[in-house]
Design a protein. Structure first.
Length: 116
């Protein structure tokens, strides 16, 4: 199984980025997909999650109204649209897949830096 994140980079405060996570090697549609992030010196935290059919989502309070998670079960890809970015959003963002049997996969992460 493999998860490959892309789309990170440097953006100014107030800007937007769209992260993508391409999945392979497992039945993508059967897995809950999530984005986590880890800022320097801090623990990894859940940012957003989306259930298997994409009908239900969950967000950290710090990103509600600014971030949107979505998935494409044909392309085996999950996205994170990030708007109105703040300096405190700076972190490495990780993609996670969790299956019904407890199988848990992680990507290597993509760095998002919000700075002027």
């Amino acid at each position: 199984a493999q998860l490959v994140e892309s789309g990170g980079g440097l953006v100014q405060p107030g800007g937007s980025l769209r992260l993508s996570c391409a999945a392979s090697g497992f039945t993508f549609s059967g897995y809950v997909m999530s984005w986590y992030r880890q800022a320097p010196g801090k623990e990894r935290e859940l940012v957003a999650a989306i259930i298997t059919l994409g009908g239900s989502t969950n967000y950290a309070d710090s990103v509600k109204g600014r971030f949107t998670i979505s998935r494409d079960n044909v392309k085996n890809t999950v996205y994170l649209q990030m708007n109105s970015l703040k300096s405190e959003d700076t972190a490495v963002y990780y993609c996670n897949a969790r299956g019904p049997s407890g199988m848990d996969y992680w990507g290597k992460g993509t760095l998002v830096t919000v700075s002027s």
